[in-house]
Design a protein around this ligand. Structure first.
Ligand code: UD1
Length: 423
C-alpha cells in the first residue's frame, strides 16, 4: 500500500487549483439515469470515488466515457438493462444509493444493495427510503437489498418532511420527484451547494424545481427529461482543506476557483483564529494575519454551518493554536478517529462523546500515522506540513477517494511531500 511522506518545510507560497466537487459529481452522475438523452459533465474531479460510480452506472447499462484526462464525463443511459446495484460495488461507496431514486422514477423498479457500515458511524439510509415511500414507492428489504417498485403509473408527488437534514436523502428524493406525477414538496431539505448544483443540472434537463438552497424545495414532475451539459461546482471541501495549508504553515496561497459563498462559516472561524481570506480575480488568497493562531470553538452543522467534512482538517490547525478549542461533531458519531493519530504527533486532545478538547502545543512532531477515512487522512498531511521532522501517512487509498494530485498541488506551493509506492 502506498504512503505519503511529509516533512515540515516552512511557509507556503503560490497557487493551488481547486477541482470540481466530488460530492456534487457523485449525485450528478446518477442523474443520467433519469433521461435517455446524453448528460455531459465538465470540471469533473479525477478520483477513485468517481471511478466507482462510473463502474456502477456501467453495470446498469449506462455508457460513461471519461474524456480530457477524466475532466469530462460523457454519459448516456438510453439502454438501462440491469436494475440491480450489486453489493460488491455499493459496499465500496455509500453514494451508490443515489441510483435508487432515478432508476425507480424512470423505469418503475430498482434493486439496490444496502450500503452497510462505514468508518464514521452507522449512516443508515432510512431517510432515503421514507422519502421514496412518500412518493408511493413500495419497498421490500430482504437479503441486504432494497427492492423498490413504483405504483402502476409511476411515482406520484408527495410531501416529504425529513426529520433531520440529509444531503443524500434530499438528492435521491429530488431526482425521483422530477419524474413523479404532480407536485413534490421536500421540507427540511439540505441546502448544500451540491444540492443547488444538482437542481441547476436537472433544470437544464427540463425539470421544474424551485427553492433549492432553502429548506423547502418544490418539484413539479414532468413526463420526461432531456440531455444537458453541466459544469460541476467547485469542491468546497478541497478548497477549505487547502486554505488550511498556509494557515498551518504560514505564507500566502491563492486558491484558484475558490468562492467565499461556498465556505462562509469556515471563513468566519479562520478570521477568529487569525487567518485572513481575501477574494481575488481568480479565487481566494489565504495568509496568516500576524504570527500566532488563536483557539476557537467549532460546531459542525448542515450547510450553511461549519461542514463536518472540514472538522478533521480544522482540528489539525487548532493543535498548534494558543489556548484551548472545543470541537463539537453534530453530524456523525465516531468522527474523531484522527484525534489519536494527531496525538501520536504530540497533539493534546481529549475526546469525550461528540466533543474534542484541543489544547494547543508549540510544535507537532513527525510520526508514522494511519489514515482512517478520507478527511482524516488529509488532516494528517496538514499536520505533517506543520510538524518538525518526517510524518509518514499510511493507508492513503482513502485520500485517493477525494483528493486529486495532492502531492502535485502541495509541492507546487513549496511543501516537501512525496508518495512512496507500496509493495
Ligand atoms: C454527504 C456527503 C458527506 C458529508 C455529509 C454531511 C456525499 C457523497 N457525501 O453524505 O461527505 O459528510 O453529506 O455533510 O455527498 N442519516 C440518517 N438516515 C439516512 C441518511 C442520513 O439517519 O437515511 C443521518 C446520518 O447518519 C448523519 C446525518 O443523517 O448523521 C447526515 O447525513 P447525510 O447528510 O445523509 O450524509 P450523506 O449524504 O451520506
Amino acid at each position: 500500500m502506498d504512503s505519503i511522506v511529509v516533512t515540515g518545510n516552512g511557509p507556503l507560497h503560490g497557487q493551488i487549483p481547486i477541482a470540481g466537487a466530488k460530492n456534487a459529481c457523485l449525485t450528478l452522475m446518477p442523474a443520467t439515469l433519469l433521461s435517455e438523452e446524453p448528460l455531459t459533465l465538465t470540471n469533473a474531479p479525477r478520483l477513485s470515488d468517481i471511478r466507482t460510480m462510473t463502474s456502477l452506472l456501467q453495470s446498469l447499462g449506462a455508457e460513461v466515457q471519461s474524456l480530457q484526462d477524466g475532466q469530462v464525463l460523457a454519459m448516456s443511459s438510453h439502454d438501462i438493462h440491469n436494475h440491480t446495484a450489486d453489493y460488491d460495488i455499493v459496499r465500496k461507496m455509500r453514494a451508490s444509493i443515489l441510483v435508487l431514486g432515478p432508476m425507480l422514477a424512470r423505469d418503475g423498479h430498482a434493486v439496490v444493495s444496502l450500503p452497510g457500515g462505514c468508518a464514521i458511524g452507522a449512516r443508515p439510509v432510512d431517510l432515503h427510503l421514507r422519502a421514496l415511500e412518500a412518493m408511493g414507492a413500495e419497498l421490500d428489504l430482504r437479503d441486504g437489498y432494497v427492492h423498490a417498485k413504483a405504483p402502476s403509473g409511476g411515482l406520484r408527488g408527495g410531501v416529504v418532511e425529513f426529520p433531520l437534514v440529509s444531503v443524500g436523502a434530499t438528492e435521491n428524493a429530488l431526482m425521483a420527484a422530477t419524474l413523479a406525477r404532480g407536485t413534490t414538496i421536500l421540507k427540511r431539505a439540505a441546502r448544500e451547494p451540491e444540492i443547488v448544483d444538482l437542481a441547476d443540472c436537472l433544470r437544464k434537463m427540463g425539470a421544474q424545481i424551485e427553492g433549492d438552497g432553502t429548506d423547502t424545495i418544490t418539484v413539479q414532475g414532468v413526463d420526461r427529461l432531456g440531455g444537458a451539459t453541466h459544469r460541476v461546482v467547485t469542491d468546497r471541501i478541497e478548497l477549505g482543506t487547502y486554505m488550511l495549508a498556509p494557515a498551518i504553515c504560514g505564507g500566502e496561497v491563492e486558491l484558484l476557483g475558490g468562492r467565499i459563498d461556498l465556505v462562509g462559516a469556515f471563513c468566519e472561524k479562520l478570521d477568529a483564529v487569525g487567518i485572513s481570506v481575501a477574494e481575488t480575480e481568480n479565487g481566494l488568497t489565504v495568509a496568516r494575519k500576524n504570527g500566532q493562531i488563536r483557539a476557537v470553538d467549532v460546531t459542525t452543522e448542515p450547510f450553511p454551518g461549519f461542514p463536518t467534512d472540514l472538522q478533521a482538517q480544522m482540528m489539525a490547525l487548532l493543535c498548534t493554536a494558543e489556548g484551548t478549542s472545543v470541537l463539537e461533531e453534530k453530524i456523525f458519531e465516531n468522527r474523531f478517529m484522527h484525534a489519536p493519530e494527531l496525538m501520536r504527533m504530540g497533539a493534546r486532545i481529549d475526546v469525550h462523546g461528540g466533543h474534542a478538547t484541543v489544547t494547543g502545543v508549540d510544535r507537532l512532531r513527525g510520526a508514522p500515522v494511519m489514515a482512517t477515512d478520507l478527511r482524516a487522512s488529509v488532516s494528517l498531511i496538514l499536520a505533517g506540513l506543520a510538524a518538525e521532522g518526517e510524518t509518514v501517512v499510511n493507508r492513503v487509498y482513502h485520500l485517493d477517494r477525494g483528493y486529486e494530485h495532492v502531492v502535485r498541488k502541495l509541492s507546487g506551493v513549496g511543501a516537501k511531500i512525496e508518495r512512496i509506492k507500496g509493495q
